[in-house]
Design a protein around this ligand. Sequence first.
Ligand code: ADE
Ligand code: ZN
Length: 342
Amino acid sequence: MTGFASRAARAAFIAGLPKAELHLHIEGSLEPEMMFALAKRNGISLAFDSVDAIRAAYDFAKLQDFLDIYYQGMAVLLTEQDFFDLTSAYLNRAAADGVRHVEIFFDPQGHTARGVPMANVVGGIARALAEAQERGITSRLIMCFLRHLSEAAAETTLDEALPYLSLIHGVGLDSSEVGHPPAKFARVFARARSLGLKIVAHAGEEGPPDYVWQALDVLQVDRIDHGNRALEDDALVQRIVSDGLTLTVCPLSNLKLCVVNDLAGHPLRRMLQAGLKATVNSDDPAYFGGYVNANFVAVADALDLTRDEIIMLARNSFIGSFLPLAEQAAHLGAIDSFAATY
Ligand code: ADE
Ligand code: ZN
């Protein structure tokens, strides 16, 4: 165990380390208990009759198995207050994990398709983010397009978001990856870029390295979400390293969705050794068994991550964020101060 007396000591170090979370779908933080409470509040009936029955259904062989249940779960979210409560609950958990900055995804098409106004979605999330700012957690909001839908649907969603652009910092691409390459969305991402929005995309989670190339060359991403399969292509790894792009890696998600067979085979260390700016994130913590610290601890135990590797992952989380450089530097200083006391 390099740098720590025990696994418990490493977990305590991780818990106290200042960190940013850059890959978190707010709808994926909907815990079964809140799903039940919101279903009751909104008079919606669920397909499950208990919290235990919901958790028992979280057994996935691939991304699509999860997505089917994820879109079903988010149907309890209707009002501005629902989105506020959801986001506040996540921010409380993140704060307890030492998270100082969050960049949160949301899936508007999962709501507007059910008749929920964009105002309820963005309004509730943004109100919770503003309240967290008062408690010292900074944030950015990233609107994702569902890639199993058409580019025209994404264009409509971008139109609907125009009144809220002061609250939205970037756009992303998520949902069913295979069969829906980034290039399908070339025009809508070009428009988003021309509006000054940051660009991210899920790529190389289940999809091939070619989808990561498209994210770089066609969408011109500022960051790659997941990116695991980039490691299959040396030239692609070199390109990501030379562009200095961050990967938002999600270990427990990869395990639950069978992207890796076990965490001992997780590519996180190989990514760092290749010079990639990897970070650790929770993706959909209510579905995958843990928030950001649980992800850090699980992968650190499985790979026997060293103190320096853990510090590097935390540093990368701020360096890869969309915070201004001066704020990044302040967080890096806080990491140094914390590490110096340990
Ligand atoms: N939407 C929510 N979580 C996702 C994931 N891990 N991959 C693709 N789409 C998602
Ligand atoms: Zn994701």
